[in-house]
Structure formats: C-alpha cells, structure tokens
Design a protein around this ligand. Structure first.
Ligand SMILES: Nc1ncnc2c1ncn2[C@@H]1O[C@H](COP(=O)(O)OP(=O)(O)OP(=O)(O)O)[C@@H](O)[C@H]1O
Length: 782
C-alpha cells in the first residue's frame, strides 16, 4: 500500500491510473530507508579517482575496494573480519544490512585488548603526511590547532597585520593546520584505538559500516591524539618536522554538517575513555558511580535532543558496563555530604562569603542526625541520586539540581572528566550562555576535556570557548598547556549538498496556505525530474500560536481514508513533557505524517526517514535555515526536499537563506549548478540586512508575525495580514463587522433591560459614555 499516494490523491486506483503510475519514476527518498553512503564529500571521487584519492592512499595490501553502493568492503580474511561485514549480513527494518555481529577475533588480539595492551598503527599502516592531507582534502576536512593562551582582546590593527602576514607566507598560514591519521574503517577502532570490543559490536549492530567525515577525523583525535598526529616517516628528521606533540587528550571544537553522525563521534570516545579508566580502578566499588558522581556530562538545548542522545548512548553502551542516563526533574546529583563538606571546588563557583560558608558548615555538624536535605531544602532521598557514568541533560534541568535558588552557589562536579556541548552555538548563545558556562565552571576537575559540536558556529563562540578554557586553567593553577583543536567538515555554515532546495514567493499569507495545500495534495502529476515533497515531513513556523493556528487550518486536509486528522500533529514547548514525548514517538513510528512545529525541533533531532521540511515561516537567520533543513537528508540520504515559502515582509531575511541555498548547490558541483533554485538576478536584487537588522531578526523574528497589541496603525495592519487563515481579507472584514454588530446589539439589549429595571434611564442618558452615545439609546431617551 502506497501511503504517500493515499495521502496525496485517493485510495481508489483505477486501471488507467495504475498504468500511469507505472510510468512515474519513484525517486529514492530518505523514507525508503535504502542503504546509502553516509559520507557527503569525496564519494564520487572515490569511485573514479583511482590514481588520486582514497584508493591510492590505501596502499598495497591495505587498500580498500570501494563497491558500487559506495560502501567499503573489507578485504580482511574471515578470521580477522571481526565486524563480520563479509557475508552473514541480515536485513533489519529500514532496509539496511547489518552483520550478525558475531565476534571472530584472533585469540592473540583478544588477549592483547583484554590485557589493556597498547594497540597502535604499525608503521606500514600509518599514512604519510602527504597521504593524510589527500584523504582529508578529498573529504573536505580541516583540522587546526587553536592558540588558547593568546588573548583575543588584541588591538585590531595588530590582528589584521598578523593575518596579512600569514596570508602572504603560505608556510606560516599552514603552520597550525594538522593532518591527523584518518579512520579508514570502523575496524580500526578496535585494532588501533583500543575501544571496548562490546562497543565495537554495538556499533556494528547499528548498521554503521563506513565512518562519516566527522567520525573519520574526530574519532582518532579524541581516542588517541598522539597516535593520530604521528605521520609515517622515512627518517628521523622527517619525524621532527612533521609530528606535533600534544600532552594528554585534547579539547575539540567541531563544525560538521547536520545529520553527519556527530552523536556517535562524541559518544564512542566518552564510553571508551570511561571504560579504560574503569579498568585501572582496583575495586568494584570504585567502578560504580553514584557515590562519586558522573564522569561525563552531555548538554543539549532541548529535552527532545537530550532524550535522543541518551537513546543513542544506550544503544552503544550495552555490555560495556557504562550507564547512560537522561537527567530529569527531581533527580539528585550530589548527596548532602558533598553539598556541605566545605569544599566547593576552589571557591570560584560559590557566591558565599567565608563567614557564610563557616556558618553553613557549623549548621551541618549540629544537624548530623537529622534527615539529609537536598539543595532545595527538601528531604534527600537516596533513590533520587543519579548513579550513572554519563549524564545527558538540558542546561536548566542540570543547573536546577546543582543550584540553590537562581543566584545561589552552584555545586561543584569534580568527578566529571568529559563535558560535551551538543549544538554548542545555541548553548553559548545569550539565551543559554549563563547556564551552560555555570555548568562548565562547575566541572572543577583539572583534567576536564571539553568538546563542542554543531553544524554552525559563529566566531564569537570560539572566543568564548578559548576564554573559558583559559579561565579554568588559571583557576587550577597548573602549568599544563591546553590543546584546543578545531575540526571543520565541508564549508562552514552551509546546508547539506544532498537535498533539493526550493524558495517560493507566495505574495500573501493566504498564498502560503494555498502553496502548502498544493504540496499536500498536488493537483498535477509532477514530472520525473521534479523533486516533490511527500510525507512524512515537518512544517516550521515562527511562533507557538502560529504553529497552533496552522495545525488547526490543516487538520482536515488529509483525507479520512488516509487517516485524516490523526496523521497530523503540532509540537511546541507549551505542551507537557508527556505530550511532547508521545508526539515524538508517534512521528518516529510513522503514525504521524505531518508535524507542525517551531524551532524547538530545528536542532539535532534525528528522524531518519523525514522526506522534507517546509519553512512555512522563513527562518530568521542563515544558521536557523541550515539546522531546520538539516532534519532531512540525514546520513547522506538522497531525495530530501526543503521548501521555503516567503512573502513581502520576509524580504529582509530572504537574502541570508538564498545565500545558503546557492552555496549548498555550488558544493554539490555540476549537478547543483544545473539546479540553481535561486537565480543570480534574485540574489543580486535581494537587499542585504544591516548587522543590527540581522540581530533583531535573529532575536525577535519577523515582527509582524509576533503576537502583540501595541504599535502604530501600520504595525496593526501588518499583524492582521500575517495571521494564518484561509479566509481572504475581505471575508475576514465582513465577518468582523458581522461579529461587532451582533455584539453591539447584545450589549444594547442588556443595557436596556438593566436601565429599565433600575428606572435610571434618564440619568444614564446624561452621564452616558462615548460608547453609549454611539448607540441607539440616544434616541430612545428622547
Ligand atoms: N557511520 C554511519 N553510517 C551510517 N549512518 C550513520 C553513521 N553515523 C551516524 N549515522 C546515522 O546518521 C544519522 C544522523 O546522526 P546524528 O544525529 O548523530 O547527526 P548529527 O551530526 O548530530 O546531526 P545534527 O547536526 O542535526 O545534530 C543518525 O540516524 C545516525 O544513526
């Protein structure tokens, strides 16, 4: 049964229609769940460039064969093929082939791994700097070492001078660019980077076969940076010239496209590092967490994303002994003994004066026998204590558990070794910045390693990161040198190259509704070359009331035979947690086909089979566009469509969106150049907003779409026009008059009755207010 056909047309398939449908080429859609190559860049080249690309780089017997589906097939003999990728694969839901995951490790190898033996790239396996450079270039990956110690508050003239110097001197320009060993296959995770065998099996069970670009570059850096930064050398002088010494682990700032697999890129190293440290701990009690606290914290801006990361973590963690937990309201992180033991880190995160601190300690001693009280003054219940190695949370939930009141001191989290900020640019945006930095500062461990991830990252974020690392280091009073690396995949701040973008002018709000209905129930058969948007898809609006209004408008647009209104839902932050979770689950199970939402779902949320995105309201920044449309085309899936509808009031913000579309089509190469959704004349004609306008748009969106009452006549008129409703302005005006007339007559009737009843008719006529004067009562009195 073709659900899309049912939804967009009817359930009755006439013979003719059937014949006609046979002629229509069904495009490959994200929802078809067919196996795909998750890599975004360099895959075409990998097929053709046998002399130049990956194939040349994988020398001799280590060379990988790339098959037609773009998936690397290992050439390992069966006894070494411990991922079981050769044969034995089985189909799972979604059509992807997954190996049975039966481990066939070589006994010696197992022994080495279980004994904690160091596994390294052999000199033959290691690529030379030149070869690493080629692979990284092919996949559009750039790794740079950032200088944390240098103050960013330099005089601008000096800065400009230095930049100019480095541009002129290519040697200087490349001085801090690094060419780490790429992860050529997931097999290397065990054989080279020593991840737990169980974890490797769990990765295989998920059906991941080829590392995506971000995984290819970040996993070696996060798992074993010394190993990753050591190129193959012919002689000692070569080694001195090429290698870079990095003590310990690194902090990482990653900018990689949406849907490129950043989640497992930070989860695998965290699980591995905690597992490795656990093996060094002697007692079982030490391995247990809870009494001590979490070892890793992952922050995400929304509950939906936090819950999704937790699920991903739970899929990777089974049988590794690592527990991943989603932080919920009411959970406790630190028991009272830690709350009031007088050690709040180094005092930097406490707002208490010395004497206040002493008083607190005194009161704790005197109340030693009374029930333990948590930071909020409630009785402490040990059952609420989070006993987990990895804690996933939104900043507010976590801070609530750590802070007594809004301005109270934040409890330290000395056990945390790893802090991850997913969607870091939002977490460090003014909206969340204070909360996120408070948590970061609360992680007082001197060995804390932080990684930040997003598909977009403003330059101000980099400065905040450097400043925070510098501040925390100076607080720890250690001489150690921070190593902050920046990893960029593809072009910074661009949308996915594997989706089709459409920018459609609709004139008015009513025109937008018409266009949306046309998408829902097309009246003509699309040509085979035309990309059409078929459910499931997401519709984004600017505000919650607009999402609700649009949902009400569309509620009866889906034919009853296709499930009717049960196929559409609205999701926003005004709903309860359970309602939100329920809608997410129904959309994932494909019970819902259309989800109207706000920017709440714009970031991070992964619905693998979403065929497209409709921006019913234009996103108010380039970054917002990149993230919204990034909900489709995930993991390299082809066929995703992003439609953006705009009217006159959107003109100031359309340029940013048009630029992103043009850049993404350019990144697609020849095929993208043929598409050209935004003609050059339009790009040239669209006005560029000023910096101030951009900031206002980012913060408030298009003003006319906001709820409100103030403003001059023009504002009121614009707000009225921007309302979501199928009715024309004329119809609405007539309706408004009819409603006002009815209300007036009702009021008059009421008043007449009242006045007659009290015999005050004459008095009212004299003292009547303006409204009364307009009414018929004037004549009535005479
Ligand atoms: N190596 C891989 N091969 C195939 N699929 C993968 C691979 N790695 C991750 N995926 C899948 O890709 C999808 C997107 O992954 P993920 O949510 O981690 O992307 P992301 O980069 O965090 O995206 P966003 O920027 O939107 O948050 C998921 O469905 C995930 O299971």
């Amino acid at each position: 049964m073709d659900i899309f056909r049912i939804l967009s047309r009817s359930t009755k398939f006439s013979k003719g229609a059937k014949g006609a449908s046979n002629n229509i080429q069904t495009p490959k859609l994200p929802s078809s769940g067919e196996p795909n190559n998750p890599q975004l860049f360099g895959r075409d080249e990998a097929h053709t460039k046998s002399q130049d690309g990956v194939q040349q780089v994988n020398r001799g017997k280590k060379r990988k064969r790339i098959h037609n589906d773009g998936v690397e097939k290992t050439t390992l003999p069966p006894e070494l093929d411990f991922f079981g990728t050769h044969g034995g694969g089985e189909k799972v839901a979604g059509g992807e082939t997954v190996s049975k995951g039966k481990s066939t490790e070589k006994p010696s190898q197992v022994k080495q791994l279980r004994n904690g033996g160091e596994a390294h790239l052999t000199e033959e396996e290691r690529l030379s700097e030149q070869e690493c450079r080629k692979v990284l270039q092919l996949h559009k990956i750039k790794v740079t070492m950032l200088e944390v110690n240098r103050e960013s508050e330099e005089k601008p003239s000096k800065k400009r001078k230095r930049r100019k110097e480095s541009e002129e001197d290519p040697k200087k320009k490349n001085a801090r660019q690094l060419y780490p060993q790429p992860l050529t296959s997931f097999e290397q995770l065990v054989s080279v980077y020593n991840i737990p065998r169980r974890l490797a099996e769990n990765v295989t069970t998920q059906g991941y076969k080829v590392p995506t670009e971000v995984q290819l570059a970040s996993l070696p850096l996060l798992l074993d940076v010394q190993n990753a930064l050591k190129p193959r050398v012919k002689n000692a002088s070569d080694f001195r010239r090429n290698s870079i010494f990095v003590p310990g682990d690194v902090d990482l700032l990653t900018i990689a496209p949406t849907g490129s697999g950043k989640t497992i890129a930070f989860l695998i190293p965290i699980i591995t590092k905690i597992w490795q440290k656990n093996r060094l701990r002697k007692s079982e009690a030490e391995k247990e967490t809870g009494s001590a606290g979490p070892r890793a914290i992952i922050l995400a801006p929304t509950k939906e994303l936090a819950s999704q990361i937790t699920n991903e973590g739970r899929k990777l963690a089974p049988r590794t002994g690592i527990k991943v937990t989603l932080m919920r309201k009411g959970m406790e992180l630190v028991p009272r003994s830690i709350v009031n033991n007088g050690d709040n880190g180094d005092g930097a995160i406490s707002n208490m004066s010395g004497s206040e601190q002493e008083d607190e300690n005194e009161s704790e001693k005197s109340h030693a026998s009374v029930p333990i009280i948590n930071v909020h003054g409630e009785e402490f219940n040990d059952q609420n204590l989070v006993k987990s190695h990895v804690l996933v949370a939104t900043p507010l939930t976590l801070l609530h558990a750590l802070q007594d009141g809004e301005d109270g001191p934040v409890l330290p989290l000395p056990t945390v070794d790893y802090l991850v900020l997913d969607e870091a640019d939002v977490l460090l945006d003014p909206l969340f910045r204070d909360q996120s930095l408070a948590i970061w500062n609360a992680c007082t461990n001197v060995d804390l390693r932080t990684s930040l991830w997003s598909a977009t990252m403003g330059s101000s974020i980099e400065d905040i990161v450097k400043k925070t690392i510098r501040k925390n280091l100076s607080r720890s009073q250690l001489e150690s040198q921070p190593s902050l690396l920046r990893l960029i995949v593809g072009l910074k701040d661009t949308a996915l190259p594997n989706i089709t973008h459409k920018l459609t002018y609709c004139g008015t709000e009513a025109g937008k509704l018409l266009a949306l209905r046309q998408i829902l129930r097309p009246t003509s058969t699309p040509s085979s070359s035309e990309s059409t948007l078929v459910p499931p898809f997401l519709i984004f609006t600017q505000t919650i009331p607009r999402a609700q209004a649009l949902y009400s408008e569309l509620l009866y647009d889906i034919p009853a035979t296709a499930g009717g209104s049960s196929r559409i839902a609205v999701l926003h932050s005004n709903l309860s947690d359970s309602q939100r979770a329920d809608i997410m689950a129904r959309f994932r199970r494909a019970e819902l086909w259309i989800l109207v939402t706000t920017d709440l779902l714009a970031r991070g949320v992964d619905f693998r089979g979403v065929n497209g995105v409709v921006n019913f309201d234009v996103p108010t920044s380039a970054a917002a566009y990149v993230h919204r449309v990034g909900r489709t085309g995930r993991a390299g899936r082809e066929g995703g469509v992003a439609v953006t509808l705009y009217t006159e009031i959107d003109i100031p913000v359309v340029k940013a969106v048009a630029n992103v579309i043009a850049a993404s089509e350019k990144a697609r190469g020849k095929e993208g150049a043929e598409r050209q959704s935004v003609p050059k004349w339009l790009l040239d004609a669209l006005p560029t907003p000023t910096k101030r306008e951009k900031q206002r748009l980012k913060k408030r969106g298009v003003e006319a779409r906001r709820e409100g009452k103030g403003g001059d006549e023009k504002d009121v008129r614009q707000r009225k026009r921007a309302r979501i409703s199928t009715k024309s302005g004329y119809e609405r005006q007539l309706e408004e008059r009819r409603r006002a007339a009815k209300e007036g007559s009702r009021r008059r009737r009421r008043m007449g009755v009242d006045l007659e009843r009290h015999g005050e008719l004459e008095d009212r006529r004299v003292g009547g207010d303006e409204e009364d004067e307009e009414d018929e009562f004037m004549g009535f009195a005479d």
